[in-house]
Ligand binder design. Structure first.
Ligand code: ATP
Length: 374
């Protein structure tokens, strides 16, 4: 439906978008997820037509719209600084896009649509209020309403909720998802907030340094990140990375030959082949995949408890495994104390292997059940 083809855009020496390719399908909620400065806003501005790319094309249903002005594209957009009209009341702000000479919507229809969207977003009571008198969260809802009031071809939202407090963010996250599903609309959005991206997106495009690194359904990227950068950007909490050494027949933590991570011989063979002999490797594991025990068990490594972190209903323990910091999800009956010894097991089938230099994943073949196939 919407395609960005080989887009490049530089501001002086800064290459904000670098040979970027992206495709958004009809009806999907596509979120570009990346750290600050990745080039997300520039990509969205190019899509809307507020910025012209140095090279590359924007296509909508196969038509080249790269040179088309924003109103002719008929894309609705909403930016973090939402550009509401502070002196107008909420009603007139919501009505504004419909009153554009381009659409010529009769005033009776404007009234019907404003009231419907206000009801939808629970802001009917705010309609007579001046926007400058509203809280940040209320303004955000009005901005969302203004974007949603038309039925444009596509909605472009830049950091639509990331500046809000946690509770409002959660609320609007649910609202966005519901509106997306109910209206069957197409949304292209950008954020640095991996939690909301994971919760809302049909597909995510991971962006860094002006490039899209990986595209996929949130869960697929999470379980199958193609590089250290992707794993760092998608995870909250982040993936653990352990600097290791691949030996003749086993894997151990760098600087700690006593911390052996048991691996089956075929996997060691694959890693040695990829590394062209033995050598350093970065091993990744998600916090929820580490097995934690307060008692020593076969194959478990000894670590020290640094502190416990509460994330809603979940508890994570921060550990020191040699010099490596490690975060693990705790199961309910495990209540370790600060400074206590604890034992961790890193199951082979849950490990991710990355090249230490370029951070790219070293794939070991997986069977149908997600476990290694030998
Ligand atoms: P954030 O999450 O902080 O909004 P972003 O991923 O949206 O970041 P962009 O705003 O697209 O990133 O910026 C990408 C790079 O381009 C940054 O280094 C930024 O400083 C630079 N940049 C963006 N717009 C301009 C401009 N008009 N002039 C000069 N440099 C710019």
């Amino acid at each position: 439906m919407l395609e960005l083809r080989d887009i490049t855009k530089a501001f002086g020496d800064i290459v904000a978008v670098n040979h970027l390719d992206l495709e958004v399908k009809k009806g999907e909620f596509f979120i570009i997820l990346g750290p600050t400065g990745a080039g997300k806003t520039t990509t969205l501005r190019i899509t809307i037509g507020l910025e012209k790319p140095d090279s590359g094309k924007v296509l909508y249903e196969g038509q080249d719209i790269t040179q088309l002005s924003p109103p002719l594209r008929d894309f609705a957009f909403m930016f973090e600084s939402h550009n509401l009209y502070p002196v107008l009341n909420v009603y007139d702000n919501l009505a504004f896009p419909l009153r554009s000479p381009l659409f010529k919507v009769p005033e009776s229809e404007v009234k019907k649509r404003v009231e419907a969207i206000a009801d939808e977003l629970h802001i009917t009571h705010l309609l007579p209020r001046r926007v400058s008198h509203l809280s940040g969260g209320e303004q955000q809802r009005v901005a969302l309403g203004r974007a949603l009031i038309r039925r444009p071809k596509i909605y472009i939202l830049d950091e639509p909720i990331s500046s809000l407090d946690y509770k409002l963010r959660e609320e609007l996250q649910t609202e966005f998802k519901r509106i997306h599903e109910e209206y069957g609309i197409t949304i292209l959005s950008a954020t640095h907030d991996n939690v909301s991206a994971m919760a809302m997106a049909s597909r995510i495009g991971i962006m860094e340094n002006g490039r899209i690194l990986q595209v996929g359904a949130p869960r697929d990227i999470y379980t199958n990140p193609m590089s250290v950068s992707v794993a760092r950007i998608i995870g909250a909490p982040s993936m653990n990375f352990i600097d290791c050494v691949v030996g003749e027949t086993s894997l151990w933590m760098h600087g700690h030959q006593e911390f052996v991570i048991p691996l089956s011989p075929p996997i060691v063979g694959i890693l040695r082949r990829e590394l062209k002999g033995q050598g350093r490797i970065l091993v990744g594991i998600w916090p929820e995949d580490i097995m934690v025990s307060e008692k020593i068990q076969e194959g478990y490594l000894k670590a020290l408890v640094e502190n416990i972190e509460y994330h809603g209903a979940e508890r994570f323990v921060n550990l020191a495994l040699g010099e490596s910091p490690l975060k693990a999800l705790l199961i309910r009956n495990c209540v370790p104390k600060h400074g206590a010894e604890i034992f961790v097991f890193l199951p082979e089938e849950k490990l991710y292997f990355f090249h230490p230099q370029n951070g790219l994943r070293i794939y070991v073949q997986l069977g149908r059940n997600g476990h290694y196939a030998f």
